[in-house]
Design a protein around this ligand. Structure first.
Ligand code: TXA
Ligand code: MG
Length: 325
């Protein structure tokens, strides 16, 4: 059963306690209802993908009660400080480089070196974020493929029984998602149109690219709202490994194949939610450790498609796909 909490002091305190315990709590913001989890707890973040039935890991937005708190976890440049000053709290999300000591789980940002951060403009959301006292990852609180919810009832229509609670703060004022602005590169790039208009952003910081960013060779790195560049390990990845070669590092799932010198276990019991929580950490670790030990590649044991297995396999197939182009 999903608890319905009213956004008074008692409800906010209860919702914050649930979040700190690793539970999922939907909450109202000025844009849409978000499905919140402790962003520093990879297992809780994996549960978001499970509850939404999302077939892919896409990077999630981290919510903070103030710009100061947000810029604790990401590196702010002068442009970021400028727009934060002008539009936060409000329907704007900024993509910035993670700080090296950023405590946010890698799964929250789908393994990327950047993190999307936002200070929402709803007093109940801010009260919850202050009480939770940690970054809260929150995609829109709908099942995958359904429209974003703008009331607590919409949330329950899609997620009743799948989440611990919903904090009811009434209907959402803006009703569309936040604008996503990438300030991590040389020029600002609009990744998603939303609650703050592009005109207002341009008036604040000058020209903003909309057609996606290009690298020095003119290759498109991103398309607005559609795609983000994905983390890929440096070592080649081999899927569905039934054996492991002497020079391979192993990404294990369940009972380990014999012979691996360098190994990262996603889930000894074969639990796909636990495996999802450890996936990006595992790929990064094997890349670094395997590389140090002179491994020639990463062998990945088969993972079933059930639960979060589908999203894990989607991610692994992309990591294994031929590079370049
Ligand atoms: O209004 C909103 O933004 C709502 C409320 C709950 O805050 N949240 C929301 O989250 O719409 P979601 O997960 O549905 O959308 C997040 C968007 C996606 O388009 C995602 O690709 C982009 O933000 N995003 C997140 N992290 C990113 C990153 N590191 N680089 C590029 N894009 C990123
Ligand atoms: Mg969404």
């Amino acid at each position: 059963m999903t608890q319905i909490l009213h956004a008074d002091k008692t409800g906010v305190t209860r919702a914050a306690a649930l979040l700190r315990d690793g539970a999922l709590v939907a909450f109202g913001t000025e844009t849409v209802y978000g499905l919140g989890a402790d962003a520093t707890n990879a297992q809780a973040v994996a549960a978001i993908f499970h509850a939404k039935n999302r077939p892919r890991f896409n990077p999630l937005i981290c919510h903070y009660p103030s710009a100061d708190r947000a810029f604790h976890d990401v590196l702010a440049n002068p442009q970021a400080r400028h727009v934060a000053e002008a539009f936060w709290p409000g329907p704007l999300t900024l993509v910035l480089p993670r700080r090296s000591d950023c405590p946010v789980a890698l799964l929250t940002g789908a393994g990327l070196d950047t993190l999307a951060v936002r200070v929402p403009g709803h007093p109940d959301a801010l009260a919850l974020l202050r009480a939770a006292a940690r970054p809260i990852a929150a995609p829109s609180a709908n099942r995958s493929g359904q429209v974003s919810p703008t009331s607590a009832q919409h949330v329950l229509d899609g997620l009743q029984g799948r989440i611990a609670a919903v904090l009811d703060s009434g209907p959402c004022r803006v009703g569309v998602e936040s604008t996503v602005l990438d300030l991590s590169g040389l020029a600002p790039v609009l990744l998603r149109a939303g609650g703050v208009s592009v005109e207002d952003l341009v008036a604040c910081i000058g020209p903003i690219q909309r057609g996606g960013a290009h690298d020095a060779a003119g290759i498109t790195l991103r398309s607005p709202g559609l795609m983000v560049s994905h983390y890929a390990p440096g070592l080649p990845v081999r899927l569905n490994a039934a054996t492991v070669a002497a020079e391979e590092a192993l990404l294990a799932f369940g009972p380990v194949l014999p012979g691996a010198r360098c190994l990262f276990q996603l889930s000894p019991s074969g639990d796909t939610t636990e495996a999802a929580a450890r996936l990006f950490e595992g790929l990064r670790w094997l890349d670094a450790e395997g590389g140090r030990l002179g491994a020639g590649g990463i062998a990945v044991m088969p993972i079933p498609d059930g639960g979060l297995g589908l999203a894990i396999n989607d991610r692994l197939r992309r990591a294994a796909a031929p590079r370049g182009g």
